[in-house]
Design a protein around this ligand. Sequence first.
Ligand code: F6P
Length: 343
Amino acid sequence: MRIGILTGGGDCSGLNAAIRAVVRAADKDGHRVYGILSGWKGLLKGEGRWLRVEETAGLLSLGGTILGSSRVNPLKVRGGLKLCLRNFRKAKLNALIVVGGEGTLKIADALSRAGLPLVVIPKTIDNDTAGTDATIGFDTAVQVATDAIDRLHTTAESHDRVMIVEVMGRHAGWIATYAGLAGGADAILIPEEIFEFKDLMGILKKRAKRGRHYSIFVVSEDARIRLASGKILRTPLQHDEYGDVKLGGIGEMLAKEIRKSTGAEVRVTVLGHVQRGGTPTAGDRVLATRLGIAAVHFVEKRQFGRMAVAHGAEIVSIPISESAGQTKRVPPRIAKLGRVFFG
Ligand code: F6P
């Protein structure tokens, strides 16, 4: 078979490990893999190249994606779907493996309905893809954020400061929740629940009584905080050049309020794209490898229009339509775990 592969949307660590797994698994079974460049942009332009097995050396631990990625969306390009279908046929491909997150899934769903035989591998540091226990890139992002929190603990204590760590995650607080739990945060603020500003003040007071004049607050980029006035503090809604929601800045907004209210020294660390780059963790390498191999097997079985997902200890496939357009958010039973350690 001639199998195409593309990586779409925001990159993350572990994409190259998935590409390696697909190329190696396909080669073992006598198939060839064609890499489409820069995500959907490459399919729209008909840009790609055949991937050789020798090229997979060193990919397992390499961050980013050798294919490149973009947020270009064929659904927003006039005649985009038709162009994608035409270029897919022109390259004489039999199937396409799409490695992507939320936006990519919607596009894959539309293309699959239009007749393009494809299988999706879920990736995103946000871990918000419905239908899978985990997505490629999440574990690494959590590790990066946890390392940062560990480092901030010592400097926070030296200077008796409130340290705010702003993490990514879009409309889901998975990174904040996991990194906050792993790093022993004094408060974790996520989009799934509105946090009362007075409760944050309560945490500072409670800690001060115990002689702890420093705190670490982990804040997800779309977190909401209700001030005493009833106003909700939240990053103002902005969009990037592709029309996707652009978040960031809540850490500094919250810092201002804490300074105003307590006079405390507050510092903000915005982790940003550091969470998306560099060497993937062992967990992400293994997940990417398992999903990559499984995706090739689903292609061989002609199980198209499906996504390879982690379900407990197994990798299975679900219809793309079951996940596209949905957001897997942090359930209350997990969100409340952090509260055991607040204050
Ligand atoms: O979806 C992944 C993600 O890293 C989000 O957590 C973040 O809001 C967004 O992408 C940032 O996008 P960009 O790389 O376009 O700035």
